[in-house]
Design a protein around this ligand. Structure first.
Ligand code: NAP
Length: 308
């Protein structure tokens, strides 16, 4: 299937282009971006023009930041295209619900991707927790924003989510691996006094069986990042590290999974191909709901200004 990639920035170049190039399902047939291009691929700067001039391209993958993404997604759906959304799937929950309704009305596929759910050991962690009553789960997601998002001012603007931009990846894993639904009970969000989004946050959740569930996000952690989820259960101690790539249970690695597609983005594109073929919609908004709850319920604390 021919696909157009929209918003040729960091994640498009780092992950989407190589995943599409390596996929047997997809051919990158066009890009749309005001500044970015991909060698050898017809480039457009105007999305409407691409949709009109290239009717054979049935699928678009949107790699823009969340705030501008809605208008592009709605236009693509109205033009009868299937749409793949980078995470988070929108700037607000209402936008996401509106896109889903629009996709149903136009009978096209819509995929809210959560790349971290495709990390190597997430499925094994889910399988372990399915049969391991939970006592405590703690998320520690700490990285250096200057290293991972150099100069990306949109993440500090309204809708950019701040530290929840990476934090929502952790929440996408938690909501995938926990068999029980959780919901936020308290949060503290720390906003640099010159910015619109938090630079660190702590969250605590209600768990139906009374387990202690917390998450800690920090964007000012220099050095090696920590992307860890640890769980104490009645069946042992689970440590999921490196953003879901490494798993140990009581210090030992689980049995290797049967060979399959490797890499988060190759798996996302395989899922999108299956979704389009089946005419399906996959719009799980659980990670986004927790972030929205944190902005609704969280205590707001003003901290030192942030400069790049
Ligand atoms: P980015 O490089 O800052 O932006 C991607 C591209 O979007 C830009 O190059 C720009 O292309 C276009 N764009 C930006 N603002 C726009 C606007 N107002 N209107 C139209 N186009 C605009 O961001 P990114 O890091 O790739 O992140 C994009 C999305 O991927 C985010 O939702 C992010 O959470 C997600 N993501 C990022 C990472 C990562 O490591 N960076 C990892 C996983 C997921 P032009 O200027 O050429 O139009």
């Amino acid at each position: 299937m021919e696909i157009a990639l929209v918003g040729i920035g960091k994640i498009a170049v780092d992950q989407h282009v190589p995943a599409i190039d390596a996929s047997p399902d997809w051919k990158l047939a066009a890009t749309v971006s005001r500044h970015g291009t991909v060698d050898g691929v017809p480039a457009y700067t105007d999305f409407t023009a691409m949709l009109q001039e290239r009717p054979e391209i049935r699928v678009v993958s949107l790699c823009l930041p969340p705030v501008p993404r809605f208008a592009y997604a709605a236009e693509a759906i109205r033009a009868g295209r299937h749409v793949m959304l980078e995470k988070p799937p929108g700037a607000t929950l209402s936008e996401c619900h509106a896109l889903e309704a629009l996709a149903r009305a136009h009978r096209v596929s819509l995929y809210a991707t959560w790349h971290s759910r495709q990390a190597e050991q997430v499925a094994a962690a889910r399988a372990f927790l399915a049969a391991a009553p939970l006592k405590r789960l703690e998320v520690r997601w700490r990285e250096d924003v200057r290293h991972w998002h150099p100069g990306q001012d949109w993440i500090f603007e309204p809708g950019g989510m701040g530290v929840f931009d990476p934090g929502i990846n952790a929440l996408s894993i938690v909501t995938e691996i926990l068999p029980d639904p959780i919901h936020l009970t308290t949060a503290e969000l720390r906003f640099p006094e010159n910015r619109q989004t938090p630079i660190s946050a702590d969250m605590a959740f209600f768990h139906p069986q009374g387990a202690e569930v917390t998450a800690h996000f920090d964007w000012l952690a220099e050095g090696a990042p920590e992307w860890t989820i640890e769980a104490e259960t009645e069946a042992g101690y689970m440590l999921l590290e490196d953003g879901g790539a490494k798993l140990t249970i009581d210090g030992a690695a689980p049995e290797a999974a049967p060979p399959g597609l490797t890499g988060e983005y190759p798996r996302l594109y395989a899922q999108m191909a299956a979704l389009v073929q089946a005419g399906g919609i996959d719009m799980d908004l659980a990670p986004m709901r927790h972030v929205a709850d944190a902005f609704t319920l969280g205590r707001r604390v003003s901290v030192a200004p942030f400069h790049w």
